[in-house]
Ligand binder design. Structure first.
Ligand SMILES: [Zn+2]
Length: 621
């Protein structure tokens, strides 16, 4: 080493040393300044309400709450780097344990500092710009390692002066040589002081979900916690780290070291709505025909000129989240010439939804596959969730009758919220989504023969057919008026390239009092997410209307409890779409119109002149 190099090296170590001392001093100062206040907080607010904070032995402490109480410096230390985070966390854990012991409880909790303010929310693309900073983002787990145990805290000892130092595992990525801060001697590894459950998760951006095979951003998340995650939509709070690919590598990966992982779903929606959004949603909801207005933007009439079908698909988006009973499954049987793929892709682009073409897929693509992967920490097995566990809303399946083996296996998830996978032993894979499927008829020219039964023309086995709530044919009938509209739209869209969005097709303005509110695809998506979480209750009149309809139908036609169930689900969705607290007769009427539109076209027996759903059960293929 030349003299110059040595100076540089010394200078470098000096800077590092100073930074570290600064950090330790800071923490010690903050500890001293806050100790009594934190103890008070633990004693007076945390322990009396501990049941609200505890889940699986984990105590979650809200940073928003601590900020309100004036603990900013403490929060800043948790944000400075991951070591700072662990120091504060371990300290609060220790104080909590002490306070609990004083009150006679000998319990040990794992403290998680979470619920950082919204300003930490970033998109996945921005993650590399936030090295060593706290970030928050939403995504879907596409791969998860089996949980392993990680040595979190290591004890090093200096053979020269006998001083000891605790080293957190992440500090060792950089350098496995630890030097004594006081005499400069090389410290020796003595012991592991603390272990933690560890998982590596690979997360995918929600907005990339529709591009199933063009995966782009997928940050790796390292997560330490008692609960393991394999599937689903999650919100990650963590600190961005650069980690070398291996101990000798100069190539780095951006890794998010998770502080907290929350599952998204009913209570925590996948997209954030601003106050302004909610205000506008409530305003337009009061308008008449709001469902039709929204449905026409969700699926432009150019794609599908059947208003009831468009409405049913909108209601399907609003319906999920009542658990398995709430799912509405729809099958579209279209003539060639109808852009079924465009309709499905459009619906598949809603956050949480997905689009697939089943023809070329394997069972693993839909359910789960197992793999081996390695990183700087070692090698481990991973679980890779397929498209079904990755879909929380609606899974759009194109060419549904082009892969009979797969579609039949999938039918289990139409009714239940799980799929059973046999890998030596049986595993339950979550299947929370509902299904929007589309196919062409299996006729010579891929055109429906209106004189023949639709069921006989699609070659879908009964076991699957009976699980659809609604089946709609969409015919490609030349229509001068519509064809002219299509031509006009295409002209506006592609010839005049400045016109990216065209009023009346891609968006409309609705009058709300003095105001005009723009309704475009984005607005409809927000509206769907807002209305999904509502839980309207049936009025007595509505219940009576449904049971009257059912009795009447049972007398003259042949339907089953499945259709009754569909009317109930649709009625709830109609009320939710109008943002109502109650399901009334009018909502039930709209629901009945939708199901009758299906029954009359698909299961009408012309010989007997009745609706007969047993036709669905007789489709032997
Ligand atoms: Zn020493």
């Amino acid at each position: 080493m030349s003299e110059n190099d040595k100076i540089f090296k010394d200078r470098g170590e000096e800077i590092l040393y100073n930074l570290d001392v600064l950090n330790i001093c800071n923490f010690d100062r903050v500890k001293k300044a806050y100790e009594n206040q934190i103890k008070d907080y633990i004693k007076n607010s945390l322990i009396p309400n501990i049941s609200l904070h505890v889940n699986n032995g984990v105590v979650k402490i809200s940073m928003k709450e601590l900020a309100k109480l004036g603990f900013e410096d403490l929060i800043n230390i948790t944000l400075s780097d991951i070591t700072g985070y662990y120091k504060v966390k371990d300290w609060i854990e220790k104080l909590l344990e002490e306070e609990l012991r004083k009150s006679g409880e000998n319990k040990c909790y794992n403290v998680v500092l979470c619920d950082y303010p919204e300003e930490f929310e970033v998109s996945m693309r921005e993650i590399p710009y936030y090295v060593n900073k706290v970030v928050k983002f939403n995504g879907v787990i596409i791969s998860a390692s089996y949980p392993c145990v990680l040595s979190k805290k290591h004890l090093y000892i200096c053979p020269k002066c006998g001083r000891i130092k605790e080293v957190y595992f992440d500090e060792l990525f950089w350098n496995d040589k630890v030097f004594c801060k006081f005499c400069g001697g090389k410290m020796e590894f003595a012991n592991v002081v603390d272990y933690e459950d560890f998982q590596e998760l690979v997360i995918q951006d929600l907005s990339d979900e529709s591009e199933y095979y063009g995966i782009k951003e997928h940050p790796i998340v390292w997560y330490c916690g008692a609960k393991s995650y394999y599937f689903g939509h999650v919100r990650i709070t963590g600190i961005v780290r650069e980690v070398p690919k291996n101990s000798k590598s100069r190539i780095y990966d951006f890794i998010v070291q998770a502080i907290n992982v929350e599952k998204l779903g009913v209570e925590k929606p996948l997209i954030n709505l601003t106050e302004e959004d909610v205000k506008n949603i409530k305003k337009v909801a009061k308008r008449g025909y709001i469902i039709d207005i929204l449905a026409d933007i969700l699926i432009p009439p150019l794609f599908c000129d059947d208003a009831i079908v468009r409405k049913a698909i909108l209601l399907q988006q609003i319906a999920p989240y009542l658990e398995d009973r709430g799912k509405i499954n729809i099958l579209l049987v279209t003539d060639v010439g109808i852009d079924k793929t465009d309709i499905l892709k459009r619906i598949g682009s809603i956050p949480g939804n997905n689009f697939i073409n089943i023809a070329a897929l394997k069972w693993e693509d839909l359910t789960v596959s197992y793999d081996k992967r390695s990183n700087i920490l070692g090698e481990f097995f991973t679980v890779n969730g397929g498209v079904v566990p990755r879909t929380l809303g609606v899974l759009c399946i194109d060419d549904f009758n082009e892969n009979k083996k797969l579609s039949t296996k999938l039918s289990e998830s139409f009714e239940r919220n799980v799929l059973t996978v046999n890998k030596g032993s049986f595993y339950n894979i979550p299947a929370e989504c509902s299904f929007l499927c589309a196919c062409y008829p299996k006729t010579k020219f891929r055109k429906l023969d209106p004189k023949k039964s639709i069921i006989k023309q699609i070659e879908i086995p009964s076991i699957l057919l009976k699980n659809f709530d609604l089946i709609f044919p969409i015919r490609n009938i030349p229509n001068k008026c519509r064809d002219k509209e299509v031509a006009k739209y295409i002209f506006l869209k592609y010839v005049d390239s400045d016109n990216e969005e065209i009023e009346g097709y891609d968006y409309v303005f609705v009058d709300v009092g003095e105001e005009k509110i723009k309704i475009d695809f984005n607005f409809v998506v927000k509206y769907i997410f807002y209305s999904r979480h509502l839980t309207p209750i049936f009025t007595d009149e509505a219940i009576e209307k449904i049971s009257n309809w059912y009795d009447e139908m049972r007398k003259n036609h042949y339907i089953t409890a499945k259709q009754l169930n569909t009317v109930i689900k649709l009625s709830i969705a109609v009320a939710k779409a109008k943002l109502k607290n109650y399901v009334d007769e009018e909502d039930v009427k709209e629901a009945i119109d939708i199901i009758m539109h299906y029954l009359k076209q698909v299961v009408y027996n012309p010989k007997k002149g009745i609706i007969d759903v047993t036709l669905l059960y007789k489709n032997k293929i």
